[in-house]
Design a protein around this ligand. Sequence first.
Ligand SMILES: C[S@@+](CC[C@H](N)C(=O)[O-])C[C@H]1O[C@@H](n2cnc3c(N)ncnc32)[C@H](O)[C@@H]1O
Ligand code: SF4
Length: 349
Amino acid sequence: MASNGDTFMELDRATAQPPRLIDPYQRAITYLRVSVTDRCDFRCVYCMSENMAFLPKADLLSLEELDRLCSAFIAKGVTKLRLTGGEPLVRRGIMTLVESLSRHLSTGALKELTLTTNGSQLAKYATELKALGVKRINVSLDTLDADKFRAITRWGEIDRVLGGIDAALAAGLQVKINAVALKGVNEDEIGDLVAWAHGRGMDLTVIEVMPLGDIGETRLDQYLPLSMVRARLAERYSLEDIDYRTGGPARYVRVKETGGRLGFITPLTHNFCESCNRVRITCTGTLYMCLGHDDAADLRAPLRASEGNDLLYAAIDEAITRKPKGHDFVIDRRHQRPALARHMSVTGG
Ligand SMILES: C[S@@+](CC[C@H](N)C(=O)[O-])C[C@H]1O[C@@H](n2cnc3c(N)ncnc32)[C@H](O)[C@@H]1O
Ligand code: SF4
C-alpha cells in the first residue's frame, strides 16, 4: 500500500504541468498549427497539383486523438492554436474538435483558437465558430475576379467564398485576408484588394510563393518578390511602417488612405526565423519543427502507445531539441525544383 508521501507524489505527478517548450536557441514554443486534413475542395495552382494523391483516411488521427495531441501541447505552454489543412472546414465533424478545444479557452490555458480557411464552408460554420470562442480567422483569397479565381483554384466559385466572408463578418468574427502574390496573375490587382479588404474592416496580408511540393508548374513563373509588390503599391498609397505584430511572421504597414493594416510575409526575400515561436503537426501526427526543413518527429506512435501522456511529452521534448535555427528557401534559375517535396497542404502553411 502507498504511504501518504507516495500518494502526494502521485498527486503531484498528476497535477504538475510538464516542462515548457524552449528550443536550443532559447525560443519559447507557444504557437501550434495543426493540419486537420490534407484534403481540400480547391486545388490552388501554387499549393497542389491537379491530381493530388491524398492520404488514405485510415492514416489520419481521429478527432479525439487530435484533441489529445493539441491538449498535450497546451499543457506544455502552447497558448495559440491554429487549425488549418488542406481545408480544415471540410474535415467531417470538425466542429466537434473546435468545441472540445474551446474548453482550454474557458480555463485560460489557451489564449487564442483560430483557423485558416479558404472560406468555402464559412457560410455554414461562421456563427458556430464565433459561439465557440473563435475571435479571428484568416481567409485566403488571391483575387476578386471570378474567372481568375476559378483559374487559380482550378474550379472554385468566388461567390461562395465572398458569401462565407460576409457570414463571418456578420457573425462578428475578425477576418484577415491572405493573398499569395502571383506573377502575371494578381500582381495588378493587389491595390484593389487593399481597397476592398480595408473598406470592409479586414486586414490584408500578402504572401510570397514558397517552393513547397511538386505542383506541376514552374515556381519561377509564379514567384513575385514582395519588394516589387510594395513598390507598386507605394505608387498608389502612402505606406507607413508600424510595429504591429500578431505573433506571426508578417511585417505590417498602415495604409494612410484607407487607415487599414497591410502585412507582408516574405520568407524568400527576408527570413523571419529569429523570432519563430511555432511548430506544426500534420493530420497523421507528424511534428514538423520548421516549415522549411524535412526533419520531423512521429507523435502518433507515442500517442497510441499508452493512455498516459508521458511518452508523448518525451517525444515532443526530444523533437524540440532538434528545432533548427532557420530555413533558407531559394527560387532562382538554378533551383527550379521544390526546396521540399512536401506540399503546403500537408503542414498547412
Ligand atoms: C495551405 S492553406 C490551408 C488552409 C486553407 N485551405 C486556405 O487556403 O486558407 C494555408 C495558406 O497557405 C497558402 N499557400 C499554399 N501554398 C503556398 C505556397 N506554395 N506558397 C505560399 N503560400 C502558400 C495559401 O494561400 C493559404 O493562405
Ligand atoms: S491553398 Fe488552401 S484552398 Fe488552396 S488548395 Fe491549398 S489547401 Fe486548398
